[in-house]
Design a protein around this ligand. Structure first.
Ligand SMILES: Cc1cc2nc3c(=O)[nH]c(=O)nc-3n(C[C@H](O)[C@H](O)[C@H](O)COP(=O)(O)OP(=O)(O)OC[C@H]3O[C@@H](n4cnc5c(N)ncnc54)[C@H](O)[C@@H]3O)c2cc1C
Length: 455
């Protein structure tokens, strides 16, 4: 009998398994592949590696803007793919080593809940039952599709396949302009593919800051991406060497369609019906203060949880919260108010806290914006499009922030503290930013928000 059995070795599950050592818990981690999950194997890490490869390519392409003369760059696709695989292997190998060091028993196989405290695991050598005083379910998610877009891995693909394309596709239609769709649009256009993005909602990055979405759309359009917002696509027509994507009375012909319409929870067949956990459209309901389901001793974390963001760092935080409750009996809830949400496009889009619309529902708000166009460091690196925006309650604390621009995903973190600590604009503005940095744009925004603008 283990203190803890974790089913699923992605960010939610492996964070729980690793963190348990702080309390001296014995842990078994049941994983049907290799620990790492979507994030390490076919999500965050490989996608960001491809984005960086595309950035290097685009930087070389535009080197003459800086007086650096080169011949036009060429892609060695196999070398780039090898690099992506090497990065994944480095991190997956590091995780395996860490799990071993923390004495986590990794059991390879498909896990299924079998009543309270029991998990039956289909391993290569048959089925075995693993028992735990507590069980955390962390089985993650899979790419969804829509009717008329059956995934064949060739002409109609998901991000799983796109990360392993054996060569650069010339013409790509992306169905779904959310975070994953936009990241692929950004990297593909930088690698000189023709890209069409279809989004049913009125803006790309639906639900996010409309001005940020507009800014990203403008910059990607300038680099050749064609956006079709408020547009529903008809069923794809697969030809012998192309695919046609119909919309309205028109259509586009491409080599491949990447479907990125969201991710569904992996909760089919994991035995939830053998417990009293409540499941809503596949997502598991939990008490968000402890991550415990309606079944005592059964917890859920990560992408399968109902109502929380499908992000790796949310999974980490939920894993930690669940383990803390299991070990101490005390609730240490995740602070969902200040979780950064980053889209790693070029330029990056990062948000934290309430959106403007959400803040307006709480009362009167004050929005302050500062553009990157006059920021020294942004001009130096030739990336001075975009802005920093803070959203504060009138005469009250900063409740949300948006950054669109270079390294926005790094810069958002100081605004995370402002939101998390409910800082007043004047309190946050009291600190001095180094010059010349991109972060000065945050400092300038805070000064303006405090009613004392500088530049
Ligand atoms: C292309 C892409 C890019 C992304 N980029 C980012 C990003 O930049 N930042 C970010 O925060 N998030 C990103 N995400 C989302 C992120 O990957 C997920 O939020 C995160 O991986 C969820 O963690 P998880 O532990 O809940 O599930 P997963 O990572 O999906 O892991 C679940 C694990 O459980 C295993 N499993 C499933 N069922 C069973 C079973 N019955 N028995 C045993 N094992 C099982 C699976 O094999 C898997 O290893 C991205 C996702 C994609 C697809």
């Amino acid at each position: 009998m283990y203190d803890l059995v974790v089913v699923g070795g992605g960010p939610g599950g492996y964070a729980a398994a690793l963190y348990a050592h702080n309390f001296g818990l014995s842990v078994a981690l049941v994983e049907k592949e290799r620990p790492g999950g979507t994030c390490l194997l076919r999500g965050c890490i490989p996608a960001k590696q491809w984005l960086y490869i595309a950035e290097v390519y685009a930087t070389v392409k535009h080197a003459s803007d800086f007086g650096v003369m080169t011949s036009a760059p060429e892609m060695d696709w196999n070398a780039a793919l090898d690099l992506k695989n090497k990065t994944v292997e480095t991190l997956v190998g590091g995780l395996a080593g860490l799990l071993e060091k923390r004495k986590v028993d990794v059991i390879e196989g498909f896990g299924r809940l079998d009543g309270a405290g029991k998990v039956s695991v289909e391993t290569g050598d048959g089925t075995r039952t693993v028992e735990g005083r507590a069980v955390i379910l962390a089985t993650g998610s899979h790419a969804r599709t829509i009717p008329g877009y059956e995934i064949d891995g060739n002409r109609i693909v998901t991000s799983d396949h796109a990360l392993d394309w054996p060569r650069r596709p010339n013409r790509v239609a992306i169905v779904g302009g959310g975070v994953i769709g936009c990241e692929f649009a950004s990297l593909l256009t930088d690698l000189d593919s023709e890209v069409h993005v279809f989004e049913m909602m009125d803006q790309i990055l639906p639900g996010g800051d409309p001005e940020a979405s507009k800014q990203l759309s403008r910059q990607l359009s300038r680099r050749g991406v064609k956006f079709y917002t408020g547009v529903a696509v008809g069923p794809a027509k697969i030809g012998s060497d192309s695919v046609t994507v119909p919309y309205g009375d028109e259509s586009v012909e491409v080599d491949v369609v990447l479907v990125s319409v969201g991710r569904g929870p992996n909760t089919d067949g994991v035995g939830l019906e053998s417990t009293s956990a409540v499941v809503d459209r596949g997502f598991v309901e939990v008490d968000l203060t402890t991550m415990q389901t309606a079944q005592e001793g059964l917890y859920a974390v990560g992408d399968i949880v109902a109502g929380t963001a499908q992000l790796a760092h949310v999974g980490f935080a939920e894993g930690i919260a669940a383990v803390t409750h299991i070990a101490t009996g005390k609730a240490a809830p995740v602070d969902y108010r200040a979780i950064p949400r980053v889209t790693y496009t070029h330029p990056e889009v990062a948000e934290v806290g309430l959106t403007l619309e959400e803040a307006q529902q709480e009362g009167e708000v004050e929005v302050t914006k500062h553009a990157f166009n006059g920021v020294g460091r942004a001009i130096i690196i030739g990336q001075n499009q975009g802005f920093v925006k803070t959203i504060a309650m009138k005469d009250g604390p900063i409740v949300g922030a948006v950054v669109v621009g270079p390294f926005a995903g790094e810069m958002i973190h100081e605004l995370m503290y402002s939101v998390g600590w409910e800082a007043l604009p004047a309190e946050a503005a009291a600190f001095i930013h180094a010059h010349p940095t991109l972060s000065e744009a945050v400092g300038e925004t805070l000064l303006s928000a405090a009613g004392k603008s500088l530049h």
